[in-house]
Write a protein that binds this ligand. Structure first.
Ligand SMILES: [Zn+2]
Length: 444
């Protein structure tokens, strides 16, 4: 008989091969394929499974197992079923092969996040087969479009079908493997309790047109913009070392010297140099709003001094720093060139976070101790997930998953949206146990 691990492996291979690639355009994705695969796998007598198509091809699905006690807390296990594009160049295998090689399943989505989605589904199926009747309602969903802001997936369902997806707590992507630096105490499992916001700015630098053959003392917008870009890149925003960052650092139990550095305004930036650069990048981004000037357009013709340059700045915000604070920081960064600049456009998505003082978080701690033999370390992620739609509705939502020792942190980071994405079956087994036990403890 097929074990849950066999079923999870098989389901993961099918969903990778379904190739639900979301390139950000409304007609991409094709998540109806993965929504159908999940609905067919979970189907059973008397079950309430709904499928949705928010836009042609953009499929999501929801299964609700109603609890026996209306007053008991309910739980949503939410996975997204789309993946980001993959260029086969630089991959050792076809990005959509779904091959199982030496215990690893290969392909786009293996980590982000089909492995979580399928182990949640298989855990739910196992409970259903056993005839399990929870007190609290269990909801499982496969969401379209997480990889492009959730417009056709979680955001759409929260807006149009709230009664189908609502719950008292949400579990979704993702935890992280242990960090590659020494810590004291026992093993740690990083779970995500909040995420940074984004505030994208389109900034114009103004100049005066002239002839390119006589550049002496001209008011060249591109030359000024180059200086503006340098200032933004060199800017060191205010650090936020208390709050969730402080909680993270103390829970990690780093070596005392590193811990002191990570919590001191004066020593923080020097302490960053002592950790591997990939990790330093994450630590840096976790402690302040970041500014990355990433696109610039200027000029019309080689012989014309440009009168404008427009840049796009990717700004990622910490809690409490939104529009007015971001504008003040930009002004500080750009200094005396600020009056030569004009903000053309802003697109804001505030940071969201859930407290660790919730019943589901306590269940997560207790189950992680048993299944992962580790203590949870609450962390912020620098990316965005579907959690934000639920946090904005007041529902606590967490990134919750476990990984085996076979998966190291550095590889994990490069495989996310990168090359040679794969997951080992040991990690799948850990997640199967994690989700099954969490549903039992929280809903029974
Ligand atoms: Zn994801």
């Amino acid at each position: 008989m097929a074990t849950p691990l066999d079923e999870a492996t098989d389901l993961l291979q099918t969903m990778i091969r379904n190739k639900c690639v979301n390139d950000g355009t409304p007609d991409s994705g094709g998540e109806v394929r993965n929504a159908k695969t999940l609905a067919a796998y979970l189907a059973g007598p008397g079950l309430d499974i709904k499928q949705y198509e928010s836009h042609p091809g953009r499929g999501s699905m929801v299964l609700r197992v109603e609890g026996t006690d209306k007053k008991a807390p309910s739980l949503l296990m939410m996975g997204h079923i789309d993946v980001v594009p993959a260029d086969p160049n630089g991959w050792k295998r076809d990005p959509f092969c779904g091959d199982l090689v030496d215990g690893d399943i290969w392909g786009r989505g293996a980590l982000d996040m089909l492995s979580i989605t399928v182990t949640m589904a298989v855990a739910v199926k196992k409970l259903l087969r056993e005839g399990w009747k929870p007190k609290g309602t269990l909801v499982f969903s496969g969401m379209a479009d997480e990889e492009a802001l959730g417009t056709w997936g979680a955001e759409w369902l929260v807006e149009h079908h709230w009664d189908d997806v609502k719950a008292d707590a949400v579990l979704t992507e993702s935890g992280e493997p242990p960090l590659p630096i020494p810590t004291r105490g026992g093993p740690k499992a990083i779970m995500v309790v909040g995420e940074k916001g984004s505030h994208w700015v389109s900034l114009k630098v103004k100049g005066t047109p002239g002839h390119g053959s006589i550049p002496y003392k001209t008011d060249n917008a591109l030359v000024k913009a180059a200086e503006v870009v340098k200032r933004i890149a060199a800017y060191q925003p205010k650090l936020h070392l208390g709050g969730s960052w402080g909680e993270f650092v103390r829970a990690m139990q780093f070596a005392p010297e590193l811990e002191a550095g990570m919590l001191s305004d004066a020593a923080f930036r020097a302490a960053l140099d002592k950790v591997p650069v990939g990790l330093a990048r994450l630590f840096d981004a976790s402690t302040h709003t970041t500014f990355s000037p990433n696109i610039m357009h200027s000029g019309q013709k080689t012989n014309i001094v440009p009168d404008s340059a427009v840049m796009q700045i990717d700004i990622r915000t910490v809690p409490g720093e939104e529009g007015p604070e971001v504008r003040a920081m930009l002004r500080e960064a750009i200094g005396d060139l600020w009056d030569q600049c004009e903000i053309l456009d802003e697109d804001s998505n505030p940071s969201t976070a859930s407290t660790t003082d919730t019943p589901i978080f306590r269940t997560m701690q207790s189950v992680t101790r048993k299944v992962g033999k580790a203590e949870i370390v609450p962390a912020f992620t620098v990316g965005a997930t579907d959690s934000r739609f639920f946090r904005r509705k007041g529902v606590p939502s967490y990134g919750y998953s476990l990984y085996s020792e076979k998966l190291d942190f550095g590889e994990f980071m490069t495989m996310f949206h990168g090359r040679n994405e794969r997951i080992d079956q040991g990690s799948l087994q850990l997640m199967l146990d994690l989700y099954e036990q969490t549903a039992r403890e929280f809903l029974d």
